[in-house]
Design a protein around this ligand. Structure first.
Ligand code: PEP
Length: 259
């Protein structure tokens, strides 16, 4: 059985001092309540990465560290951008690719998403491909086709080695930061659909996460009833207790399944 994955996307929150504090709190929570079946990853802003990887390493906090974005190119005249080799050198192991906030607010096209996933995985970073429809698309009944198109566009052309580094996060735009999570039926329908499309692209084993207003209260039911392999968490990842509680809910569910 695959291990679950719970990722905390801090977005543009927490400076490096606050980031270090949060990771240290996660370390305390982890020693009180280890998660046996769950990989936990924090995804801080770029400027926090070095401090966070240092604390994780020196204090042996059992979390991975990811980045929120990466440029598909390796180096050069790209003011304000960060490359995959730079992230690797910092000890960063994974990166979000095509989060809806980057697609919507920073004009990240499907082509750039595909190039970014290519570059990240070519450099050995685990790529968390974010897909998901707007409310208009869902209300028009087009959400399954829409997400299938996003998946095909990003996943075609990856090598076998690159495919092994891919996780897919289903994040309906209307559920992100709204307090209105998708229902377990909606998450289950899309998760099953994503697995079918991913299998047709030779990614049968990729983990599928759900993201969108996940919190300590709804995480257990969603993971139990929808078949996801974990969560991409925004707001609730900014406090150590709420984030770890989500990990615990997933861990409890996996422990139950495992017995
Ligand atoms: C996200 O931005 O990836 C996200 C899921 O945010 P939230 O949990 O706050 O809805």
């Amino acid at each position: 059985m695959k291990r679950a994955l719970v990722m905390g996307n801090w977005k543009m929150n927490l400076d490096y001092v606050e980031a270090v504090h949060l990771v240290q709190q996660l370390g305390v929570l982890a020693s009180n309540r280890p998660l046996d079946h769950v990989d936990v990853v924090v995804v801080p802003p770029f400027v926090d990465l070095r401090s966070v990887t240092s604390v994780v390493e020196s204090e042996r906090v059992p979390v991975g560290v990811g980045a929120q974005h990466v440029n598909p190119l390796e180096s050069g005249a790209h003011t304000g951008e960060i490359s995959a080799p730079m992230l690797r050198r910092l000890g960063v192991a994974s990166v979000l690719v095509g989060h809806s906030e980057r697609r919507q607010m920073y004009s990240m096209s499907d082509d750039v998403v595909a190039q970014t996933l290519q570059a990240a995985t070519r450099h050995g970073l685990a790529g968390v491909l974010c897909v998901g429809e707007s409310l208009d698309v869902r209300e028009a009944g087009q959400h399954l086709d829409y997400v299938a198109d996003q998946l095909r566009s990003a996943l075609e052309g990856l090598s076998d080695t690159q495919r092994e580094l891919v996780t897919i996060a289903y994040e309906p735009i209307w559920a992100i930061g709204t307090g209105l999570s998708a229902s377990t039926d909606q998450v289950r329908e899309m998760t099953e659909h994503i697995r079918v499309v991913a299998s047709s692209l030779s990614l049968a084993n990729a983990r599928v996460l759900y993201g969108g207003s996940v919190n300590a209260e709804n995480a257990g039911a969603i993971v139990r009833e929808s078949g996801v392999d974990g969560f991409l968490v925004g707001g609730a990842s900014l406090k150590a207790e709420s984030f770890w509680s989500i990990g615990e809910a997933v861990d409890d569910c996996y422990a139950g399944r495992a017995t």
